[in-house]
Structures are given as C-alpha cells and as structure tokens.
Design a protein around this ligand. Sequence first.
Ligand code: GDP
Ligand code: MG
Length: 170
Amino acid sequence: GNQIKNAKLVLLGDAGTGKSSLVLRFVKGQFVEFQESTIGAAFFSKTLAVNDETVKFEIWDTAGQERYHSLAPMYYRGAAAAVIVYDITNSATFIRAKKWVQELQAQGNPSTIMALAGNKADLLESRQVSAEATQTYAQENGLFFMETSAKTAINVNDIFYEIGMLWTLV
Ligand code: GDP
Ligand code: MG
C-alpha cells in the first residue's frame, strides 16, 4: 500500500571514513572535499520509494571518535539498520569496522539490518582492503556489503535502496 514505513538508520565507523559524505550524497546529491568533522551526531531524513512502499529514513550520522563511543548504543539500539563504514584505503578502519560488527552482534538488536560500506572506492590506486576478503567476511557474518564512493556516487543510492528493500520485508 501507500503507507510510510519509518526506518531509523545509524552510520558507524572511524572518523574520516566518509559517513557524513555518504549521507550528504544520499540526502542532497552533493559532495564536498573538505567535509567538516561531525561533533556528537547529526540527524537527516529522506524518503525513498521502494516497490510500492515509501520508506522514510531517519538517519543518525555519528562522529566516530573514540571519545563518543559511549553514546553509540543510543543510536544503534532500536535501529532498523546500521551502516558500518570503512575506508578501502585504510586497513585500520576495516579492523575498526569489524569491532563495530562484533559490538552490534553482542549488544544490538538481532533484527537490525547490518550493511558494510567500503567507502572511497574511487581511490583504487591506494586500496589496502581487498573486496574479495571483505565479501567473505560479510557473508560469514550475515551482513551485506558494497564498496561505495560518496565522491563519484557509486553504489550510494544502491546501499540505501537495498536496506529499504530489506526493511519493507520485515
Ligand atoms: P566521516 O568523519 O566519516 O563523517 O567522514 P567525512 O564524510 O567527513 O569525510 C572525510 C574526508 O574524506 C573528507 O575530506 C571527504 O571529502 C573525504 N571523502 C569522503 N568520502 C569520500 C569518497 O568516497 N572518496 C574520496 N576520494 N574522498 C571521500
Ligand atoms: Mg562525519
């Protein structure tokens, strides 16, 4: 039907991986080279037509810094979806992403849809994290995985659309 289905979504991951840039790309279709770093968390919303339903994303873009870690459960508890972001050019951010996955598996809601975004996929020449290894890891952990670029827009709408699809099936 034509009902609006609300989907609380949280972005998690190291500072600098491109969480705010992914949101800006998805919500406003824009990209800035010098995105200001997020303090605490920022809120955005955007509706998306998925099949014959309307999904209204209520997006919490978190800061990522360790000093804000204790706030994270406020955002991921009760979330329809969590997008865990790492930077394909920085393997430390992938290690951190796996820690987020573990934390959500242990403390989060089992029904939260989890997506892994390997961002900055436009910077292939600086790649440190292999897509194949990540795909295997994602399958083993029941996440879906896409490499994205907030800069070129590759897979950005797709990852939100995929989440919207899964959410309409819940
Ligand atoms: P956040 O701390 O995770 O929110 O990351 P930001 O969105 O603030 O992005 C950090 C830096 O990475 C900024 O300078 C962005 O312009 C840049 N950035 C974000 N996404 C991409 C991307 O897909 N490709 C490239 N080349 N740079 C990106
Ligand atoms: Mg940010």
